[in-house]
Design a protein around this ligand. Structure first.
Ligand SMILES: [Zn+2]
Length: 75
């Protein structure tokens, strides 16, 4: 696993804040069912043949789901 040197400010998949980002060039297993820290991971393929993983905490994912239910905010 690598940590990208120039990560974006927000997740490019769901456009929300994320806790951490990692880059992978080999298969890994992801199980968030019992994860205390993270609720969601978004995956984005990168041109350098890496897959970036954006890790969202439960709070970040809950805020995203609530905002999505109410529609986009203006801030
Ligand atoms: Zn995301």
């Amino acid at each position: 696993m690598e940590v990208p040197a120039d990560p974006p400010d927000a997740c490019p998949v769901c456009d929300r804040a994320y806790d951490s980002v990692s880059a992978h060039d080999a298969g890994i297993m992801v199980n968030l069912l019992d994860n205390q820290r993270y609720q969601r991971v978004c995956f984005e393929p990168r041109p350098e043949e890496r897959l970036w993983f954006f890790h969202h905490t439960h709070a970040q994912a809950t805020v995203a789901d609530a905002e999505r239910a109410d529609g986009p905010t203006t801030d």
